[in-house]
Structure formats: structure tokens, C-alpha cells
Design a protein around this ligand. Structure first.
Ligand code: PXP
Length: 259
């Protein structure tokens, strides 16, 4: 496959932690909607926001504002609860990403167990699809979880890259390669089953290139690192740099010239 034939990879920017900072003081600053507009102007293809049960960052009003005013698709991350289902069905975001959620966790710490939750999740997927949202399952790169996601009618799987990124922090090259191989195999398996493949969690400028280089992965969702970088460089330069790092990995300059 020449560089020019590779499917484009979208960048979804997760703005949860803009709301984390706002909520530290209450009030309205910094506004996640303003951050979303800046991210889009800088090259984000979509915006992701997770309305947690405890509303620790994104609020109900943020979701309403984003849905109403965004010029790019909203990816609504949600637990598969009746409350979240009702909110999603009232807003009909472009996509809903079902994630596991425990109050005590700092972030989404593992993938959804689609096999165990199959009956309940089948109903959620069908209700969300009926109102017109695409449905994604945030799962570990595990073939059985992919098969279960396919069985229950999901459109997309988002593969959890958090474990790879933790191994990168620990500088464990052998384990990183093993986990990357698992993610590559999972991407190919999901794509062959007809699922769209996304990936995300914990990605940085350093860890993103290997995932930008997987043909089957057509979207990456990145939040914490970009909002952290925004403190030093500004949000727009941070998003632009991430876009550049992704493009360079997917369409290396030397191949672009000869393609
Ligand atoms: N994808 C999913 C499903 C997530 O839950 C999160 C974290 O909210 C992300 C991607 C982004 O992860 P990070 O904030 O570590 O970039």
C-alpha cells in the first residue's frame, strides 16, 4: 500500500480536563466549548466529552452546549446506565462511546467487558442506534471482546492504548512491542469483522506514532496530554503538533514525495 492510499486518520480531542480546571473553582472559566472551538480550528476532526455519573468534570449543560454549537462531530462517552442512555437519546450525539465507569477510578482504567454485559449492552446499542447515533465500545485489544462487540451490533470499537502507554513510561521495550502486536492484531480482526477501529487513552507525542501507523485505526481520541500541554504551549499549538506527529507517522515525508 503506498502512502497515498492509506485511509485518513481522524483526531478526536477530549476536552474533559478543561472542565476539571473550571470546576476546581466553580464558575465558567475555562469554558470547554471555547476549548472545543479552538481544537477544531487547530485541526481536530471531532470533540469527545465524558459525562460521568458524579459530574466531576463535564456537566449536563456542557453536553447541551457542545451538541448545539459544535461544527464537528461530538463523541459522547458514557457509562451504559439508564440515566446516560436517556441523556444520549435526548441529544443524539454523532457517536456514543460506551465505557466502564467506577466512581473511585481516576480515569477510565480498563475496557468494557462486552462479553459479561452482553444482554444489557445489546439493549443500549440498539436504543442508541435507533435514535441515530453511531455506537462505539471502548475495549481491551482482545479478540473475544471484539467478537462480542460485533455480535451486539456495535459500529465501532475503540481499543484501549493505556496499557501500552504505561509500559512506555516504564521504558519496557519488550512488553511494549508485545502490547503493540496485540493492538495491531485486534485492529485487523475488528476491521475484518466490519467494525470501524478507533484507539485511545494515555497517548502523547511520543506514544502516538505507532498507532498513527496502523492502517485499520481511523481515529485516535486524545485528551489529558493535550490539555496538559496547553498549559505550556497553548491548546492550538498542542493540537497542531499532535496532528503533525500523526501525519508524519502515517504519511512519512520521504514516502509522500515518492508516492
Ligand atoms: N478514549 C476513551 C474511551 C477514554 O475514556 C479516554 C479518557 O477519557 C480517552 C480516550 C482519552 O484518554 P486520555 O485523556 O488519556 O488521552
Amino acid at each position: 500500500m503506498s502512502a497515498g492510499q492509506r485511509p485518513r486518520q481522524r483526531l478526536g480531542v477530549n476536552i474533559d480536563h478543561v472542565a476539571t480546571i473550571r470546576n476546581a473553582r466553580g464558575g465558567a472559566h475555562p469554558d470547554p466549548l471555547r476549548a472545543a472551538h479552538i481544537a477544531i480550528d487547530a485541526g481536530a476532526d471531532g470533540i469527545t466529552a465524558h459525562l460521568r455519573e458524579d459530574r466531576r468534570h463535564i456537566s449536563d449543560k456542557d453536553i447541551a452546549n457542545l451538541k448545539e454549537q459544535l461544527t464537528r462531530p461530538l463523541n459522547f462517552e458514557m457509562a451504559a446506565t439508564d440515566e446516560m442512555l436517556a441523556i444520549a437519546c435526548s441529544h443524539v450525539p454523532h457517536a456514543c462511546c460506551l465505557v466502564p465507569e467506577r466512581r473511585e477510578e481516576r480515569t477510565t482504567e480498563g475496557g468494557l467487558d462486552v462479553r459479561v454485559g452482553q444482554n444489557h449492552l445489546t439493549r443500549c446499542v440498539s436504543e442508541l442506534k435507533n435514535v441515530g447515533s453511531r455506537v462505539s465500545m471502548f475495549i481491551e485489544p482482545d479478540l473475544a471482546q471484539i467478537d462480542a462487540s460485533h455480535r451486539i451490533g456495535a459500529d465501532v470499537v475503540e481499543l484501549h492504548t493505556g496499557h501500552y502507554c504505561e509500559l512506555a513510561l516504564a521504558n519496557d521495550a519488550a512488553a511494549m512491542q508485545q502490547e503493540l502486536d496485540r493492538i495491531i492484531a485486534a485492529s485487523k480482526h475488528a476491521h475484518a469483522a466490519g467494525l470501524e477501529v478507533h484507539a485511545g487513552h494515555g497517548l502523547t507525542y511520543t506514544t502516538v506514532p505507532v498507532f498513527a501507523d496502523i492502517d485499520e485505526v481511523v481515529e485516535l481520541n486524545i485528551g489529558h496530554f493535550l490539555i496538559g500541554e496547553a498549559i505550556f504551549s497553548g491548546l492550538s499549538p498542542a493540537v497542531r503538533q499532535m496532528r503533525q506527529v500523526m501525519d508524519e507517522a502515517r504519511y512519512p515525508t520521504h514516502l509522500r514525495r515518492s508516492a
